[in-house]
Design a binder for this molecule. Structure first.
Ligand code: ATP
Ligand code: MG
Length: 227
């Protein structure tokens, strides 16, 4: 990022920021994204919130395929392609139009999730994720990613209690093993080591308010005058 608060696009118009939220299931991504979006809106920033998969009508249909417990035979490569199909649609329909008119876009998960869950968790490797990202996202990368990092037990406990409220059936993801989630966490750690400017770890332990303060602090490196 430059020292200014905004990125100038080719036409001289000011392009919005693209910020993503990452972390294990139940880490607090959705909660913290909503809190930061509300905080920035109260200060006059236009924030568009999206989610992957599911940020478009087509993405929601893909999300239903991915989370359907009847699809426990969905192959790992097919699964990964579905995630990228949803994301490609999001790029065209939501992300690029919003950034082009100067809005800030927050996404609840993005390609770093595919890197961590499919690349590391399912051990498909980093190369294939990078290749598909180039095709689906056409060079668009988040300006800042906030990784809400909590202990594995905390995350699984929060996800379980939330899913019990939402659905008695749970999702395919809930049935996966602890070893899988350890691999996912390893993927996130690698991203934080390699891209410390973009991929920022936020301690997700503690109360909602404590984590929200850390999120604001981490976001302030992108837009110091807006937080
Ligand atoms: N700091 C916190 N302390 C206690 N509970 C929390 C905290 N943050 C979130 N929660 C609760 O934990 C549950 C999961 O949080 P949230 O839905 O924000 O996580 P998530 O990362 O979006 O999960 P998923 O990946 O499954 O969508 C929710 O019930 C939420 O209210
Ligand atoms: Mg969520």
């Amino acid at each position: 990022m430059s020292s200014t608060d905004t990125v100038a696009s080719a036409g001289g118009f000011t392009e919005g920021h693209f910020v993503t939220f990452e972390g294990l299931d139940g880490s607090g991504k959705t909660t913290q994204m909503r809190l930061l979006a509300a905080h920035l809106r109260a200060r006059g920033t236009e924030v568009i919130e999206t989610v992957e998969p599911g940020g478009t009508t087509i993405g929601q249909a893909i999300r239903r395929i991915l989370l359907d417990p009847a699809h426990d035979h969905l192959g790992p490569v097919a699964e990964m392609l579905l995630y990228f199909a949803a994301r490609a649609q999001n790029v065209d329909e939501v992300l690029e139009p919003a950034l082009a008119r100067g809005a800030t876009v927050f996404s609840d998960r993005w390609t770093d999730s595919t890197f961590a869950y499919q690349g590391y968790g399912r051990q498909l490797g980093e190369g294939i994720v990078a290749d598909l990202d180039r095709i689906a996202c056409r060079g668009r990368q988040p300006d800042l990613t906030l990784w809400i990092d909590v202990e594995l037990e905390t995350s699984l406990g929060r996800a379980r209690s939330r899913n019990v409220q939402e659905s008695a059936e749970g999702t395919r993801m809930d049935e996966q093993s602890r070893a899988f989630y350890e691999q996912v966490l390893q993927g996130y750690r690698i991203l934080a080591e390699r891209q410390p400017e973009r991929f920022v770890r936020v301690d997700g332990n503690g109360t909602l308010e404590e984590v929200a303060e850390r999120v604001k602090l981490a976001y302030s490196r992108l837009e110091p005058s807006r937080v």
